[in-house]
Design a protein around this ligand. Structure first.
Ligand SMILES: C[S@@+](CC[C@H](N)C(=O)[O-])C[C@H]1O[C@@H](n2cnc3c(N)ncnc32)[C@H](O)[C@@H]1O
Length: 245
């Protein structure tokens, strides 16, 4: 369990637990010194490197989750939250769980998240990540959402699946009127088939398909310009809303 985070003055981050010395490439801090120090206090390693002690946030721990399948990047998760307006009263179904990247983030905000996956190996990874982040409101289920979704009156269903159109019928039955489906796909033919299936359902309204491009910048004296290497394409997000029964 991550108990403390340390930052060097140059922004390098290290994690430590109770009862263990913290060894880094800049020397070490003893477990006694770590425990005694207050949050915000700066300590010096045995080689004289300065490090400040910080209380770990959700994001500090989230960056350490185990990854099996490709997780949805933060720039895209941000838009899923803002487009659907989910909050601490929301009930969410997510599939496939993969590494639980999206499911864990949603569970940190929503009332209840149920995530489905067909693969035992991915379910084990999500269980580890759930424990690491201490998310009591995250349920992990083995099963295909193409076959069934047990939950009802759901506010948001997130689909990150190879064939999302196969889950539309079940997702619609499981949604509360006013609820959203967000389908995440890397390729446009998947988006086309998904939207075509959505359009067969009178109760569902296609809202939009978007992609988010994030561009990081170097800010170093007068060298102020976009970074040479940035993340390229990740996925398309399609938002759909249930407007009647
Ligand atoms: C790209 S990963 C999902 C990553 C996840 N959104 C994250 O942020 O970590 C896709 C997952 O869908 C699962 N999957 C494929 N078909 C499925 C189905 N019919 N029902 C549930 N999960 C399925 C796969 O096993 C895989 O783990």
């Amino acid at each position: 369990m991550v108990k403390y985070v340390f930052y060097t003055e140059k922004g390098k981050r290290f994690y430590s637990k109770d009862g263990k010395d913290m060894h880094t490439q800049y020397g070490y801090l003893t477990s006694e010194d770590i425990k005694k120090a207050k949050f915000g206090q700066t300590l010096e390693t045995n080689t004289g490197k300065k490090m400040s002690k910080i209380k770990p946030s959700f994001m500090d721990v989230y960056t350490r989750i185990k990854r099996g399948a490709q997780i949805i990047p933060l720039k895209d998760i941000g838009v899923i939250l803002t487009e659907t307006g989910i909050n601490n009263k929301s009930k969410i179904v997510d599939a496939g769980a993969g590494s639980g990247g999206l499911a864990c983030f949603l569970a940190n905000i929503a009332k209840q998240v149920t995530t489905y996956d067909i693969r035992e190996d991915f379910i084990k990874i999500v269980e580890k990540n759930k424990k690491l982040l201490n998310l009591k409101n995250l349920r992990i289920k083995k099963g295909s959402v193409y076959e069934k979704i047990d939950e009802k009156n759901i506010d948001l269903i997130t689909l990150d699946l190879p064939e999302p159109w196969k889950a539309v019928e079940n997702a619609s039955k499981s949604l509360e009127v006013g609820g959203y489906i967000m389908s995440y796909s890397p390729c446009i033919p998947q988006v086309m088939d998904f939207v075509e299936e959505v359009n067969k359902h009178n109760e569902l309204l296609f809202i939009k398909t978007i992609e988010i491009i994030e561009r990081k910048w170097d800010i170093n004296k007068r060298k102020v310009r976009p970074k040479t290497q940035t993340i390229g394409h990740s996925g398309f997000m399609t938002f759909v809303r249930k407007i009647k029964n």
